[in-house]
Ligand binder design. Sequence first.
Ligand code: SF4
Length: 353
Amino acid sequence: MIPVSSSTLDSNKAISSVPVDTDWQTQMAKSFRTPKDLLHYLNIDEKKLPYKVDHDNAFRLRVSQHFADLINPSDAFDPILLQVLPRIEEMQVADQYGANPLHENDFSPVPGLIHKYANRVLLITHQACAVHCRYCFRRHFPYQNQRVTDDTLKQSINYIASNPAIEEVILSGGDPLSLNDEQLGSLLERLDRISQIRTIRLHSRTPTIIPARITESLLAKLRTLSKKIVLVLHINHTNEISDSLRQQLRRLRACNVHLLNQAVLLHQINDSADTQVRLCQTLFDLDVLPYYLHCLDPVQGAHHFEVDEARAQSIWQEMQSKLSGYLLPRLVREIPYKTSKTWINNANDTERY
Ligand code: SF4
């Protein structure tokens, strides 16, 4: 069970007391960038927190006001607060945790393009995210070496077009929805013209962090595309699902966008079967299929989020007893140099897909 409110904080903040800007780019620009600013906004007294905050972390705090408004400031262990607030544990060195846990650079034939799985490639479209998740496996990613320019994008498109085995392009980052509508629209059009591509998939946490990112012009562009469009959201806890996100998901579904979700199993945040079951059911109510439940990638600075594999399996098995099969996300771990994710639902099950 998640230890809820084991430290109750004094806070007078009224949730959503400050109006949120309607323009997504303004919201991005106005994101909180320091623990001090976030704690001040939430009216949380740092001295009363039962853990130490890291104010000098190189992977800077980043969180939108919309997401901050979903935090319960009276709960030091609020599942959203723990995902965004840098803690001193990030500075501890842990065995087996490194800066580049998945060795993605070894699969990059063109800067910004990762070709690891036979039938699909991943395009790093933008280095920025609307939020900095403290457990992010790309928190040390050398984006400066994978910078997307017109030239590298052209090389990537040529690479994809000349490899008939590639049927799916995954736009990732950072976050592809950090591109503006014009840039993203132009990229989508170019990919849509490649004949062998069947599916364009976007991996994005932005709709959850800044729902206003789903603009009318983005929806209009999506309606014009001939390929299947899949949007894989990243939602770890039901508390992240706001009314505005619900509305935006309905608009995306109305444009025939297929919605999936991937979550990461995180210590003290969502590591209970009840929390996961509630998330899966809520997602399905919104026409979002739970896709993956990831075990943490061993990235330096994130070891305090780890849930060990035996416990992850036990949580998943309890979920299995409470959910219909189609609502069960696959419990997976990414193992460097393996050509697919490793399915670890059961201790003796090494089935891969
Ligand atoms: S949104 Fe994804 S890529 Fe960005 S910081 Fe979070 S986990 Fe990392």
